[in-house]
Each structure stands twice: as structure tokens, then as C-alpha cells.
Design a binder for this molecule. Sequence first.
Ligand code: ASP
Length: 435
Amino acid sequence: MAKFGGSSLANAEQFNKVKNIVLEDKSRKYVVPSAPGKRCSEDYKITDLFYLCHAHVQQKIPFNDVYRLIEERYLGIVKDLELELDIEKYLKEVKENITNGASADYTASRGEYLNGLILADFLGFDFVDACELIKFDESGYYDSETTDKAIYQVLVKESREKGVVIPGFYGAMPDDEIKTFTRSGSDVSGSIIAHGVKADLYENWTDVSGFLMTDPRIVENPKPIAKITYKELRELSYMGASVLHEDAVFPVLEDGIPINIRNTNKPEDDGTLIVGENKSDSIGAITGIAGRKNFTVLAIEKTLMNSEIGFGRRVLSVLESHGVSYENTPSGIDTMSVIVDDVQIKGKLDKIIKEIKRTCNPDSLQAIPNMALIATVGRGMAQTVGVAARIFGALAKESVNIRMIDQGSSEMNIIVGVENHEFEKAIRAIYREFE
Ligand code: ASP
């Protein structure tokens, strides 16, 4: 099972690379494409243009000019690949539907739909519309049971001679209305198909050779990660390292199907393998370092906090009542810190402080802004003595002041809080220690 991202299918040249990859290995039987992405950094993504068309119709503004860009891209690909497919017919039909007020989801999904038609034709594969396979319930929630049954009926029950292309990003509601996943959702489609057909492997082809140990904008040439567990990835992606849609892991997680992130432009690279469990190796090693700036720490002090029943709950319920989620809550005997993302707390901080003061009556409550969080993650650090000491030692050597420390109960993750301006220096120091 192979999913190809938008940059892997942005033009005819990329389509050719995809064809070589798919036809090289017979086990690549199910292929899930994204819509054409950017051909270079200033380029546009076809999905964005489709959303733009919909917005134009909503505002009753003609969308011919935007649609022309979409047409040009698909017509160009079909022409350059010398296909006989009548893509114009489909483009016309889609344009008509958008003009007649089709939904945003329908409109956005056409990027994958049209690309899927082209790719199927180019590969000589069957085209199966995602509407037949991926199902949502009346409320718009993904319906795994109905989906699994549909995939079994359409793809698994009768064995097909040819491979199959299934467009990513969308499925259908019970009334056949189209529904999309959130942005980058073709990753999720790929995962669902891999689960449904019980694939051995879910290959996710993109434009990077998997994950790097840390952000290459901060550390020059960081090492690639050959293997990472789902949990480690979660810890790292949570902190901002995003190559894969968050929801893409769960459908395959339960079956133990590994996900292999590969690079369409460098198919010789092994990429990163994401696995369920990996007990075998890397004692004492770390897998990756990720972080993000701009958090605020609410530092709360109250004598005898430890014996006051319900104190923590009251603090957190104030946040809850303002719809704010928190990242960590390191605590001491008479102190508790709550760390929140600035985006979450924007415009609400004063009210939250007032309310915590009223409901919890702390001795002091301070909001400390401009904090960065850095997560050092590695299955190899659990039950290994000395990893924390190495992290703190490396930071001390660079005179980075650690404002907060938090170790997850899995012992797979040590989070330190530093001031925003020391963020990059801190990441470099930790990387160098474990390189
Ligand atoms: N084309 C969709 C998007 O741009 C979905 C995807 O690429 O995965 O979000």
C-alpha cells in the first residue's frame, strides 16, 4: 500500500517517478494519491485553489480565473504524459457542480479525485472512488466499521488482476454527500486503506527521506531516524515535527502495520520506519529532539498545597471553563506550574488569573511568558541511568538556564523549559551530546 503526497504528483515529471516506484514492486497494489502540490516554493497547491473557487462562489464572485489555473495544471499533466484520458470532460463537470453551489468538501476533494483518475490511467490500474470505500456517519464522524466492510467487499473479496488507485482525503456520508478529512488528510486515507486490506506495510511517499533527529534549520545536517515507535513519534510530532497527519497512525497502529516514510525524489533512501514496538535496540540513545517556542507558565504557590484536596482540579477546571488545554503540570510540595501554549491563552490570561485567585486562593500566582519547551525523546532512555544528567550537563555547559523539567511517566521523554531566546542554543547543545 503506497500513498503519494502532493509534491510527489505535482507535475508529469513527478508522475513518472511515481510510476517507476509503483511498478518496480508488485506488492504496491493499492495507491492513494494526494492532489497536485507545489512544483516549487512559490507555487500553489491545487487543493488551496479549489477552496478558493468555493469561497468565490459563496461571495458570488466569478471564479473562472482561479479555475483556469486548476485546468492548466491537470491538462498539462495529461498532455505531458501523453494520455488519452478525457480529463476535460471531468474538469467541466466539476466546474459545473462548483458553479451550482457544491459544498466546500466536495469542491476540495476534486483535487484528489482528478489526480486519481489521471494516475490510474497512467499506471494502468483500476480507479476506485474513495466514496465507495471510506464512510462517515450522519454526524460526519469517520465510521470504521462500515468502511472496513466496504473495503473488504470492493477491494479484498474478489482478487483483482490490476492494482487500484483510490484518491485520498475524502469519503462519503450515508446520503452520499462528500466529506473530507482535515487538511493533509490523504495520509489518513492511506492508513485506512492499509488497515482495510491488511497490508504488510504502509508506504508514505513524500519529499523528505523520513524524519531527522532534529530541525535542520537549527542543527546542520541532523542524522536521519531509521526507526521510531508510534509513541516516540507522537511525543515528537506533538512538539511540532510534522511530516505525517496526526490521525494517520491510529488505523494501522492496532494491526501493527509499520509506516515507512519515503522520498519520491530519492527512492534509494530507506526513509524512516514507524513501528508499534521496538524493544531490541538503542539502550541509552535518544531518538529525536523537538520543541516549540511561546508558552506561558502559570506558577502557583500555596503553603500546604499538598494536603489541600482538590486544589489541582480547581486550577485546571478554570482552564477548562475557558476552553484552554494545557501542556504540562510539573508540581512541587507547595507549588504547581501549569504550562499553556500562548495561542491557547491569548486574550484570556487576565480572566484566568483572576479566577484562579478567586477559586484557589493561592499565596502567589505569576504568569511567566516567553518560554520554550524542548522534548528529548527516546525509547532507549527508559530505565537507562544517566540520560537526564547528560541533557542537563549539556545545557549547563552552554549556560542555558533550565526553567522547568518534566519527565513523562513512560520515561521516554524529558521535557525542559527554557527561555525563548535560548531555544536554538539548547537544542544544539542536546543534539551534540547525543549525536
Ligand atoms: N490535498 C489535501 C490538502 O492539501 C489533502 C492532502 O494532501 O493530504 O490538505
